[in-house]
Design a binder for this molecule. Structure first.
Ligand code: FNR
Length: 366
C-alpha cells in the first residue's frame, strides 16, 4: 500500500504520532464532554447533497471574492494559536503555504510569530484575529501594527471572555515552552503566565488575568475609531447576535463555535448557519468554520449560504507532519475535493451552488 496521504483526516493520525501529548491534546481536543467537537463533524455528515446531472462542467471556476479580494477558492485558514508547538516555522510556514494556495490566512492573537515576520514571508492576503486584552492602549498599538504590516482585516473573536473548560489541557497542566511566547502581545501582557504551571492550564490562567471580559458590541465602534481595516466578528451562533453584529457595523460574520473549545453543547456551526444567513439578509457576508474536513463540507456550507469557510485543525496537523509542505497539501486536497464536489453536483462555479443542492434534517422528507 502506498503511503500517499489522500485526505486531511490522515494528517491528524500522523500528527498524533509525532507530537508530544500535551501539544497534540491542545490542538485536537475541545471543552467539557466534547459533544460539540463530535457534532461539528457529525452535523455535516447528516446533510445530503442533491446533485444535478447532465450539466456541462468542462470549465469549472472555483475562484471567489472575499471583502473584495480574489481567492482561488472559498476555503481559508482559520486563526489557530501557538503554531510553533506543531513545527519550528509555525505561522511562517502556514503563511507561505496559504499564499501559495492563493487564499487568506488569519493570524491568531496567540501566534508565536510576529505580524512583521509573517508579513516578511512574502505577499499574501492576511487578516489578524484579535483578542481584546485589558491593556487597551496596547491592543490599539497591535492593531496599528497589523495595519502597517499589510494585514487586510481584523477578525474580532467574540466568544472568549474566558477560556473554555478544556479538560485535557488541565490534566496535562498545559504550559508553553520557555522559548515560545505570544509574540504580538509580549510587551503589553504578562506572557510569563503562559510558561508557568498553574492548577488549571496556563492558557486559562493567562486568559483570566489578561483578557478583557467586559467587552460588548460597543467595541466594534471602538475598533472602527482606531483602524480603517474591515472588521469581522467571529463566534456568532444565533440569529439574534447576527442582527446585533450587523447593527454594530461589522463587515462580515464568522459563524464559529471556536472549534468546540469554548462552550460545550452549543450546536454545530453548520446547523445554525442558515438561521444566521437569514437574520443577516445579505447585508454582510457570512462565513463558517468548525468541522470542515472535506470538499463536500465546503459545498454544503456554501449551499446553506456561507460566502466561504475557514479550516482550523487540518492546517495545524499538516503543519505538524510536514511543515509548509503539509499545509500546502492540506489546502490542495480540500481544493481538489471541492472541485470534484462542484463538478459532480453539476456546478461550474461557486455561484451555481444553490440551497436546492442540499437536503438537511429541517427539510421535508424527499
Ligand atoms: C483555535 N481557534 C482560535 N480562534 C481564535 O479566534 N483565536 C485563536 O487564537 C484560536 N486558537 C485556536 C487554536 C487551536 C489549536 C484550535 C484548534 C482552534 C479556533 C479556530 O479559529 C476555529 O474557529 C476552529 O479551529 C474551527 O474548527 P476546526 O476547523 O478546527 O474544526
Amino acid at each position: 500500500m502506498s503511503n500517499e496521504i489522500v485526505n486531511v483526516r490522515e494528517y491528524e493520525a500522523l500528527a498524533k504520532q509525532k507530537l508530544p501529548k500535551m501539544f497534540y491534546d491542545y490542538y485536537a481536543t475541545g471543552a467539557d464532554d466534547q459533544w460539540t467537537l463530535r457534532e461539528n463533524i457529525e452535523a455535516f455528515a447528516r446533510i445530503r447533497i442533491r446533485p444535478r446531472i447532465m450539466v456541462d462542467v468542462s470549465n469549472v471556476d472555483m475562484s471567489t471574492e472575499v471583502l473584495g479580494f480574489k481567492l482561488s477558492m472559498p476555503i481559508m485558514v482559520a486563526p489557530t494559536g501557538h503554531q510553533k508547538l506543531a513545527h519550528n516555522e509555525g505561522e511562517l510556514a502556514t503563511a507561505r503555504a496559504t499564499s501559495a494556495a492563493d487564499t487568506i490566512m488569519v493570524l491568531s492573537s496567540s501566534a508565536n510569530s510576529t505580524l512583521e515576520d509573517v508579513a516578511k514571508t512574502g505577499p499574501g492576503i492576511r487578516f489578524f484575529q484579535l483578542y481584546i486584552f485589558k491593556n487597551r492602549e496596547g491592543v490599539a498599538e497591535v492593531v496599528k501594527r497589523a495595519e502597517r504590516a499589510g494585514f487586510k482585516a481584523i477578525v474580532l473573536t467574540g466568544d472568549s471572555p474566558c477560556l473554555g473548560h478544556r479538560e485535557n489541557d488541565i490534566k496535562n497542566r498545559f504550559t508553553l515552552p520557555a522559548h515560545l511566547t505570544i509574540s504580538n502581545f509580549e510587551k503589553i501582557s504578562d506572557s510569563s503566565i503562559l510558561q508557568s504551571k498553574s492548577d488549571k492550564s496556563s492558557l486559562a490562567a493567562f486568559a483570566d488575568s489578561q483578557i478583557d471580559s467586559s467587552i460588548t458590541w460597543k467595541e466594534v465602534a471602538w475598533l472602527r475609531g482606531i483602524t480603517s481595516l474591515p472588521i469581522l466578528i467571529k463566534g456568532v451562533l444565533t440569529g439574534e447576535d447576527a442582527a446585533l453584529a450587523v447593527h454594530s457595523g461589522v463587515d462580515g460574520i464568522i459563524v464559529s463555535n471556536h472549534g468546540a473549545r469554548q462552550l460545550d453543547y452549543v450546536p454545530a456551526t453548520i446547523s445554525v448557519l442558515e438561521e444566521i444567513v437569514q437574520a443577516v439578509g445579505g447585508r454582510v457576508p457570512v462565513f463558517l468554520d468548525g468541522g470542515v474536513r472535506r470538499g463536500t463540507d465546503v459545498f454544503k456550507a456554501l449551499a446553506l449560504g456561507a460566502a466561504g469557510v475557514f479550516v482550523g485543525r487540518p492546517v495545524v496537523y499538516g503543519l505538524a507532519v510536514d511543515g509548509e509542505a503539509g499545509v500546502r497539501k492540506v489546502l490542495k486536497m480540500l481544493h481538489d475535493e471541492f472541485e470534484v464536489a462542484l463538478k459532480l453536483s453539476g456546478c461550474c462555479q461557486v455561484q451555481d451552488i444553490k440551497r436546492s443542492h442540499v437536503w438537511t434534517e429541517n427539510d421535508p422528507l424527499r
